[in-house]
Design a protein around this ligand. Structure first.
Ligand code: NAD
Length: 290
């Protein structure tokens, strides 16, 4: 396939490289000056999209997605597919879907989980929204860049799944960190805490696979001085998307709301910016009950 790939950052770069390695003809564009193995670079988003069977975007947010989509949609041939893998708000995904449909294009919103390691290793999970035809066109590419793709429903359903998942993740990380901080103050050894909780009803991905306590459980960003991994800033972005969606859908999400407020305080009012989202543990450690 001829593929245009726009947004070649931490995630998009290795994803595009994997498509090129699998034999696809990939033309890339990024605002920054980047070079990716096997990918020829165009000098605009529209130039990367012209003549492509599939155009993939991997961009920071919904506003940038809408701006890039306005450039690339007129450059694409009818019947081609636009596949957005960024994490953005559901409204932006649906707006781009409507513009793509009006131009005779297929659209899939397909945010990912699996992080930078998953992007490099081709083991991402895609959660996709769009028509059956659109999903079928993108699926062979998901198979190269990832190990699993779930067709969640119509346009926007992929973003809905992503923000619900990450709302659980943010809430669970906070719960795990505050429990460790309480355990410390009760004089409980952290390894014993892990041994019990990781095999009891308090277990979770944040405890078992991404333990926020250094030296405990499998290797995680806590063992690397909380270098991200998954940055607290990005968790804040996703929690804001979840609360924006909850507002527009009139859903009651008190834990998500509180998690958003805590990450906002950590990132914008304290020293959380640039740290992994599991650095909530040293934050709680330093605090007492107010
Ligand atoms: P990144 O900042 O490394 O990459 C974004 C790229 O987009 C940058 O290279 C930037 O120069 C480029 N860009 C910005 N505006 C542009 C424009 N108008 N035209 C062309 N290029 C433009 O970010 P990332 O970590 O690769 O994340 C990308 C998306 O994936 C985000 O939506 C993020 O939430 C999501 N995501 C990230 C992770 C992760 O672990 N990093 C995991 C899952 C999902």
């Amino acid at each position: 396939m001829k593929i245009g790939f726009i947004g070649l950052g931490n995630m998009g770069g290795p994803m595009a490289a994997n498509l090129a390695k699998a034999g696809h003809e990939v033309t890339g564009f990024d605002m920054a000056d980047v070079a990716i193995d096997g990918v020829s670079m165009a000098d605009s988003a529209a130039a990367a999209a012209a003549g492509a069977d599939v155009v993939i975007t991997m961009l920071p947010n919904g506003q940038i997605l809408r701006a890039v989509a306005a450039d690339v949609i007129p450059a694409m041939a009818a019947g081609a597919a636009l596949v957005d893998c960024s994490t953005v708000d559901v409204d932006s995904a649906r707006a781009v879907d409507a513009d793509a449909a009006a131009a005779g294009l297929l659209f899939v919103d397909a945010p990912v989980s699996g992080g930078i390691g998953g992007a490099a290793g081709g083991t991402l999970t895609f959660m996709a929204g769009g028509s059956a035809d659109a999903f079928a066109k993108a699926e062979p590419l998901f198979d190269i860049m990832g190990q699993k793709a779930v067709h969640c429903g119509d346009a926007g359903a992929g973003q809905a799944a992503k923000i619900c998942n990450n709302m659980i993740l943010g809430v669970t990380m906070i719960a795990t960190c505050e429990a460790f901080a309480l355990a410390d103050k009760l004089g409980l050894d952290r390894q014993k805490m892990f041994d019990v909780v990781s095999t009891s009803s308090g277990y979770s991905w944040t405890m078992n696979a991404y333990c926020p306590a250094p030296g405990v459980g499998p290797q995680s960003p806590a063992d690397n001085d909380y270098t991200p991994g998954f940055a607290a800033d990005l968790m804040l972005k996703d929690l804001r998307l979840s609360q924006q969606a909850a507002e527009s859908a009139d859903a009651d999400t008190p834990m998500g709301q509180l998690a958003q407020a805590l990450y906002a305080q950590f990132v914008e009012g304290e020293d959380g910016a640039g740290k992994d989202f599991s650095a909530m543990l040293p934050r709680f450690e330093k605090r007492g009950r107010e």
